[in-house]
Design a protein around this ligand. Structure first.
Ligand code: TTP
Ligand code: CA
Ligand code: CA
Length: 659
């Protein structure tokens, strides 16, 4: 080819390159945080070894001191200095001491039978039978961190979603849009001919100064010499904002965190975990394929459990790279929607929205007894702890300022295979107190006892539900509607109580059927599962593994009931060992030792589901239709683990404990 030909051939191209590939309309979408906007910028922030850092700051230990947070004999958080000794969450306190004799093992705070308030206790690890874990210290720090993040960002341009006890998503689109216009006045418009489909001018072709700890390498076809476009500039500005947020957390609260910056939540979340601790990873659009191809798809949310296993079995690979070669039609052997969802997910597409959480709807405090308890007095002592626990969480929710308050109290009691529940209204006229909850709970327990055999009792739990905005938040006519709804709720409760008096066989059988069907399990549409006001946090690779799955609603579960990551990890690590129990409910191998804990977990999940159903039917305000729910179904996004707004919402870590 002669040089003149080359010149002619490249001439139209070079004209095109004077324009950006993005349009004025797309820039406008950025200001709206539109989820379809190709310029959008999302950050995921995740605290490093969170509970461990909380304890380090509280105790004032030096930053290089190995420290882990203990719960009974297990470790639930391990700081980075200890990780150098090869410690992971699966080890016991004794093993940790062996690996690193100078490690500080701080037991989590506990409520103790007979005491009024949770406390840090030297001997807590010996008191699994009489103590109950309190996560209050970590919830409080989590709140401070979120408040600080919100303070750091401009009030009218922020979108912050709490995604777990130690992580948030930030949609920085609107903020970045305003910074772009400020720094590049040529973007202020109006577009030529007032036509929003006109392309933007190109950004100045200077080499961008990324200044990031980790800038993911570009895809093969791209080079650093290629001129940047506005998506690169947007993500660069987002990275700068993220750096400021992290610096504020470090400076004001002393915590380090890691962050991922990318065009959507999935990539941002993978980014934050990419390099830890105290680092920031940027995944530019031009680097997405490169970034993803190194991952196993089982690391992606919703693909960690059954669905992921099915994909592996069907296509004989667990890498994204291999799966990229599979045509859409073949992926759709998993089902049309699942196939399409998978197809776009492994290509780095995720349009899920960053959503400021709605307030929680219910709270549950529970304890499994091993050995079982046998007297009313013993049970009452636990009710006192539950009431104190729930009340202190209600206070955090603003119950004292009358911002929000629960309407109903539920008691669940298990004796042998039989579970009985009693529910009653919480009087609305007067100030909610711990004593009030306690007295009401005692009454409910008395009803259970009068009605039949109550001892030995293996499990007891108390929950409050039907949270509503208080008078201070009542708007207009809503305030007048409460009475009628209360009446309805009461009627409903009466029905419920008698129905649930009997052992709840039939619905349970139904649920099992659904749970056992891997694909169906992903498509149970669930409203209001967004909830986790995000305490205990579920890592994404376990997010759809029923053996480690959280309840999918906005109920706060008590950590004592839930299966441990330790248990879950153990079950996969020791798969070969003979000592496994096969759980027919979730088709998972569980170490025999963890069997009762695991069953408790199913039990807790059932309870949470029931509470969710009650929430729904008792709610006095119609739930807003959530656009992305529809979208989720339409695009075949897994919904059971991602109910309502997607799994992000319900994503909760199950803190462990054999309590
Ligand atoms: P993670 O963010 O999963 O882990 P981490 O913060 O300890 O460590 P990393 O630096 O890798 O992010 O969980 C946040 C907290 O949730 C963790 O500090 C303790 C608690 N947690 C449990 O109680 N049990 C668990 O199985 C897991 C995974 C976490
Ligand atoms: Ca973390
Ligand atoms: Ca986390």
């Amino acid at each position: 080819m002669s040089s003149s030909q080359l010149f002619i051939a490249s001439s139209p191209l070079s004209t095109a390159r004077r324009k950006s590939k993005f349009t004025f309309r797309q820039l406008g979408q950025l200001a709206q945080s539109n989820t379809q906007c190709p310029l959008r910028v999302i950050t995921h922030v995740d605290l490093d070894a969170f509970y461990a850092q909380c304890e380090m700051v509280r105790l004032g230990v030096p930053e290089d001191q190995p420290l882990a947070v203990q719960q009974w004999q297990g470790l639930i958080a391990i700081n980075y200095p200890s990780r150098k000794y090869g410690m992971g969450r699966h080890i016991t306190a004794t093993e940790a001491k062996k690996l690193c004799p100078e490690i500080v093992l701080q037991h989590v705070a506990t409520w103790r039978e007979g005491d009024e308030k949770w406390a840090y206790r030297e001997d807590a690890f010996k008191h699994i039978a009489t103590d109950k874990v309190s996560l209050d210290p970590y919830r409080l720090e989590s709140k401070k961190i979120i408040a600080l993040i919100k303070e750091t960002l401009p009030e009218n341009l922020q979108k912050v979603e709490k995604a777990g006890i130690d992580e948030v998503f930030l949609d920085l689109s609107a903020h970045v849009h305003s910074l772009l216009l400020e720094r590049y006045p040529e973007l202020q418009g109006p577009p030529p001919y007032d036509d929003p489909t006109e392309n933007l001018p190109r950004p100045p072709s200077t080499v961008l100064d990324w200044n990031a700890d980790h800038l993911v390498d570009l895809d093969n076809a791209e080079t650093e010499e290629d001129d940047p476009d506005w998506d690169d500039v947007a993500i660069l500005i987002a990275s700068e904002v993220t750096r400021k947020v992290r610096a504020a957390i470090r400076e004001k609260l002393k915590y380090t965190c890691s962050a991922g910056v990318a065009r959507n939540k999935m990539l941002a979340k993978l980014g934050s975990a990419y390099k830890k601790p105290n680092q920031q990873t940027i995944v530019r659009n031009r680097a997405v394929q490169q970034f993803l191809s190194d991952y196993k798809f089982t690391k992606i949310r919703n693909l960690g459990g059954k669905l992921g296993d099915d994909v592996v079995a069907m296509f004989n690979t667990d890498t994204i790279k291999d799966l990229l070669a599979v045509p859409l039609q073949q992926l759709q052997r998993l089902g049309d929607d699942t196939g399409s969802w998978l197809y776009s997910t492994i290509r780095g597409e995720d349009n899920s929205e960053v959503n400021p959480r709605t307030a929680i709807k219910s709270m549950l405090s529970a304890k499994s007894f091993r050995p079982s308890i046998n007297t009313f007095e013993q049970a009452v002592r636990w009710l006192r702890i539950f009431a104190a626990d729930i009340f202190s969480r209600c206070v955090e929710e603003g119950v004292l300022e009358n911002k929000r308050r629960p309407k109903t109290l539920n008691l669940h009691h298990r004796q042998g295979a039989q579970t009985r529940s009693r529910q009653g209204p919480i009087p609305q006229g007067k100030q909610l107190t711990e004593q009030m909850l306690f007295e009401l709970a005692k009454n409910l327990l008395a009803q259970v006892i009068v009605d039949g055999r109550a001892w030995p009792c293996a499990n007891l739990s108390l929950s409050v539900g039907g949270f509503e905005d208080g008078v201070s938040n009542n708007k207009g006519i809503g305030g007048f509607l409460i009475r009628g709804d209360e009446a309805k709720a009461l009627l409903h409760q009466d029905n419920n109580t008698s129905r649930r008096d009997a052992v709840d066989e039939e619905p349970l059988a139904k649920r099992r059927k659904t749970e056992n069907n891997p694909i169906q399990r992903f498509f149970i549409p669930q409203e209001n599962s967004r909830g986790s006001n995000g305490d205990e946090y579920l890592p994404e690779d376990e997010a759809d593994n029923p053996a480690a799955l959280e309840h999918n609603n906005s109920t706060e579960l008590s950590p004592d009931l839930l299966p441990s990551a330790q248990g879950a990890a153990a079950s996969s690590l020791h798969l070969q060992s003979i000592e496994n129990y096969f759980c027919p409910r979730c088709k998972t191998q569980v170490p025999v030792d963890n069997r009762s804990e695991h069953e408790d977990w199913h039990y807790a999940k059932e309870l949470a589901k029931e509470m969710q159903a009650e929430d729904r039917s008792n709610s006095s305000t119609p739930r807003p239709v959530q656009p992305s729910t529809k979208q989720a179904k339409g695009r075949g996004r897994p919904v059971a683990t991602a109910p309502g707004k997607g799994v992000e919402k319900g994503q909760k870590r199950l803190a462990f404990g054999k309590g």
